[in-house]
Design a protein around this ligand. Structure first.
Ligand code: AAO
Length: 508
């Protein structure tokens, strides 16, 4: 009896940190700005079969329609109502996506914008994705409904301009966005109703947008109102997975740790620092990655949601700065994502982007606002080319062989300890995960040629970076592991991808 009680207590306490992925799947992908119909297909044709655990989707609720500039991606961070009705699709399409993805073992995580409604400067009218009326000047959003006393104007009706003042950060406006009074039970209930609607449809959890701008206690009060996950796909009593967008690079009033009670937090140091190391800026070297994770001042692994880049910092918004690696720097980006997926730290999210015309002036991209590929504002389909890449300007980093195969690597080594670290005191490093996987990087300006202890059983393994294991053969490099667990690795510094990865399932 005592034991059962203890178990259920642990279950209860840990639940919101658990992504509830199926079959030990270990990584999710952010399909930024994709339509629900395309995500449903992608779950069935690709993500399910390739072992992806879930998808972070763009905000599904009604948002303001911004025409100047023309339909920027960021209009979706300006809610008008909680109707499921956006450029990504309507509620029927959303339900169909959630059902079809769950049925192939792929979870859906919703980007929940609950800190605010739209910007105060938007004109009154019906310029919204479902035609709901808005009057920002009067704080009227009748489709919720919210009115003037549901906002924080009595506490602060100006901008956040000092991030060293926690009161400002949480009560004033982020970029002019009307700040909801989340201390009011009415507002908490409206927000929880929206999230419960999604939970009942079958989503597995939420990214809480701008969590730093909400008091941790207010978030907790909302979370306490949430239903358990839908028992059609999740075990009885499962709590929604929560990861909070808290940007904490140090040196500000608000710390990520203040939010641990609610769920995980986004660890922005991860991408900022990993980018600096792979770029070899500030004297950083890959050999310093030996104690990556908590040793680098990051939050505890079981509280971290990690990523190399996100939809903000891949285009200069948010935080992280110019060290952030993205698909635009493909060679270094693949190494960074490979390192992230091989390393045991944190719960991992892969970014999947669209291409836009960058236009740098004085170091700033003037086109950082451009929305998804579209015809007159209608988001384009994600088409699939014969070589399995995507068309219509969808980048689909998650389909790049090196990234897709490292997602599989992470699943194969799940639960295995970080092991057999080797480095050359510079930018050649290697490490394994127990006896299930091993990875070697050469980010130096000279060749790597080393015999290393892999920890793996003897045999011939296919390198999953240069190719795949297909029908009992390797389409890329082969690695021979001897009975002593050692293998010889050669990686030219001019290799297309200067890293090699092998794992239990890539053995011939
Ligand atoms: C748009 C227009 C605005 C207009 C507004 C209202 O661009 O001109 O006023 O509409 O009409 C997104 C876009 C915004 C857009 C907004 C609404 O990024 O441009 O505004 O939609 O359409 C802060 C927040 C963080 C936020 C991030 C962008 O803390 O929560 O800004 N991210 C989320 C979403 C994001 C979205 C929103 C929130 C709003 O992911 O897509 O905005 O829903 C410091 C602070 C950070 C702060 C940054 C940027 O960071 O620490 O907390 O992020 O500043 O303000 C170094 C420092 C680092 C610092 C950084 C930048 O790296 O170490 O700490 O420099 O100074």
């Amino acid at each position: 009896m005592k034991f059962v009680l203890l178990l259920s207590l642990i279950g209860f306490c840990w639940a919101q940190y658990d992504p509830h992925t199926s079959d030990g799947r270990t990584a999710i992908v952010h399909l930024f700005e994709w339509r629900w119909v395309d995500i449903a297909k992608e779950c069935e044709r690709y993500l399910g079969p390739k072992g992806f655990g879930g998808v972070q989707v763009s905000p599904p609720n009604e948002n303001v329609v911004v025409n100047n500039p023309s339909r920027p991606w960021w209009e979706r961070y300006q809610p008008i109502s909680y109707k499921i009705c956006t450029r990504s699709g309507n509620e029927d399409e959303f339900r169909d996506m959630v059902t079809r993805c769950n049925n192939v073992g792929v979870r859906i995580y919703v980007d929940a914008v609950i800190n605010h409604m739209c910007g105060s400067g938007n004109p009154a009218g019906t310029s919204s994705t479902c035609g709901s009326y808005l009057n920002p000047n009067n704080r009227e959003f009748p489709a919720v409904p919210y009115s003037a006393w549901d906002f924080n104007d009595n506490k602060c009706n100006g901008e956040i301009n000092n991030y060293n003042d926690a009161y400002q950060v949480r009560n004033c406006r982020l970029s002019g966005l009307l700040d909801l009074a989340l201390e009011k039970d009415y507002v908490r209930t409206k927000v929880a109703d929206y999230m419960n609607h999604l939970i009942d449809i079958g989503v597995a959890g939420f990214r809480l947008d701008a969590a730093k701008h909400m008091w941790p206690g207010d978030i907790k009060a909302v979370l306490d109102k949430l239903h358990n996950l839908n028992t059609k796909w999740f075990s009885q009593g499962s709590r929604p997975f929560i990861f909070q967008e808290v940007i904490d690079l140090g040196g500000e009033a608000i710390k990520g740790s203040e939010y641990f009670g609610n769920g995980r937090v986004t660890e922005f140091k991860f991408g900022a620092k990993l980018g600096t190391v792979i770029r070899k800026w500030n004297g950083e070297k890959m050999s310093y990655l030996k104690n990556w994770g908590e040793g680098w001042g990051m939050v505890p692994s079981d509280r971290a949601l990690v990523f190399v880049d996100n939809h903000d910092n891949q285009r200069g918004h948010g935080a992280g700065g110019s060290s952030i690696l993205t698909f635009w720097d493909a060679r270094m980006y693949k190494m960074a994502v490979g390192f992230m997926l091989a390393h045991p730290y944190g719960f991992t999210r892969v970014m999947s982007s669209y291409r836009w015309n960058r236009n740098f002036q004085n170091g700033k991209d003037q086109n950082d606002w451009i929305g998804p590929p579209n015809n007159n504002g209608v988001t384009k389909e994600v088409t699939i080319n014969p070589d399995t890449t995507c068309g219509n300007d969808w980048v689909c980093e998650h389909r790049w062989r090196q990234i897709r195969n490292m997602v599989a690597f992470r699943n194969v080594v799940n639960g295995q300890p970080f092991a057999n670290w080797w480095d050359n005191n510079s930018n050649q490093v290697a490490f394994g995960r127990g006896n299930r996987g091993f990875i070697v990087f050469n980010n130096d300006d000279w060749a790597l040629s080393e015999t290393l202890q892999t920890g793996l059983p003897a045999g011939t393994y296919c390198d999953v970076i240069s190719g795949d294991k297909v029908d009992g053969n390797c389409t890329g490099l082969r690695v021979n592991v001897g009975s002593d667990g050692k293998a010889h690795f050669s990686i030219s510094n001019s290799a297309e991808d200067p890293f090699i990865a092998i794992h239990a399932d890539s053995k011939l």
